[in-house]
Design a protein. Structure first.
Length: 356
């Protein structure tokens, strides 16, 4: 397999370390470590290496699945990667709903073939008929993020059920990265709860503000979960012990408080971004989660020119739409601390006005 450069990560690597403010961050502001008990005793592996059975059972219950259908991973990125490796063989075909996080298209394309089903503004609605038209006899997988990264579009249960029925009819699978799902005010049932041909991946990095814990999971029928375990033996072996310890607390008695605070924080910051966009005549679909995908201001050729000039003039990092395949847009993350967001928006506003 041959993977292309991860364009978003290369962009952030070029600009993030030298910037004053990071408005391309895709998660909720990180929780302080002193909120949690960090004493794990000896720094060994999580045993078993796919996660302790009782923790996996707790996660499985959320999906109406069994503990053996859950594998804990080093973040959601590894969960996605291991699922691709477990489900795809050379020559298999994958349908990917875009825009999306690059790895969800690049990894399956490195194994087989990929067909893209583009959603479009202003509402980023997904046509299930378009997915059906993109499928082939050799289609093994349909892939999407829900809520979407970068648009924040949250597809409803009716659409998800129609996608599941489609893959079931075609002996394929549905993989849904749901790492932002718990930021919805009223999240509907996860994909894996729809039936055995749906796979959910998620983790504590985005909705819970715990990116540094590096704890994610795959929920899939036992045969797929066992294949994920086999691949994991060749990657990270065990999820991180400290992250596992923190995640159990975050998904336990602290969960309601964490999610309530994070949803409130996201809502308040989203309102601030909405005011900024209205001030400059920019458009977006009001997102679920902490990412939005607005249009670029007039006077800039494309997303890269706009984002690069914002960095050079104001030391603020944004993500250009080109890294998601939409050059007339940029991604803004608004999950960071409110004072940092407000300062960043003020600097970007100043740059737009100076350019005009």
């Amino acid at each position: 397999m041959e993977l292309p450069p991860f364009e978003l990560e290369r962009w952030l690597d070029e600009y993030e370390s030298d910037a004053d403010l990071m408005l391309a961050e895709s998660g909720v502001r990180s929780l302080p470590a002193d909120r949690f008990d960090l004493d794990v005793g000896e720094l060994g592996y999580v045993i078993p290496t796919d996660g302790s059975p009782d923790f996996r059972a707790d996660i499985a219950e959320r999906y109406d699945r069994d503990a053996e259908e859950v594998v804990l991973t080093c973040g959601t990125q590894e969960a996605d990667f291991l699922t691709f490796m477990s489900l795809l063989s050379e020559g298999d075909h994958t349908v990917v709903v875009s825009p999306t996080y690059q790895s969800l298209a690049s990894v399956p394309e490195s194994v087989g073939e990929v067909s893209e089903v583009r959603t479009e503004p202003p509402d980023w609605n997904l046509s299930v008929d378009a997915v059906a038209e993109a499928m082939r006899p050799e289609t093994q997988l349909v892939v999407l993020t829900n809520p979407s990264n970068p648009t924040g579009k949250y597809l409803g249960l009716e659409t998800m059920q129609a996608l599941y029925d489609l893959v079931e009819e075609n002996d394929a699978y549905l993989l849904v990265d749901e790492v932002y799902r718990m930021l919805a005010d009223d999240p509907h049932a996860p994909a894996a709860a729809l039936g055995p041909r749906a796979v959910s991946t998620a983790g504590v990095s985005k909705s819970y503000g715990l990116a540094g814990a590096r704890l994610g999971w795959v929920v899939a029928e036992t045969d797929i979960a066992d294949a994920v375990r086999k691949w994991k033996d060749y990657t990270t072996i065990s999820p991180p012990l400290v992250g596992n310890h923190i995640a159990r607390q975050a998904l336990g008695e602290q969960e309601d408080d964490i999610l309530a605070a994070n949803r409130s924080h996201a809502k308040a910051n989203r309102e601030r971004v909405t005011e900024f966009l209205e001030l400059h005549g920019l458009n977006w679909f009001e997102p679920t989660g902490v990412n939005g995908f607005p249009t670029i201001p007039a006077g800039f050729e494309n997303g890269k020119e706009f984002c690069r000039s914002v960095f050079e003039a104001e030391s603020v990092v944004l993500a250009p739409g080109e890294v998601f395949g939409y050059p007339d847009r940029f991604r803004i993350g608004f999950g960071l601390h409110t004072d940092e967001l407000e300062e960043g928006l003020e600097r970007v506003s100043q740059h737009i006005e100076n350019r005009r």
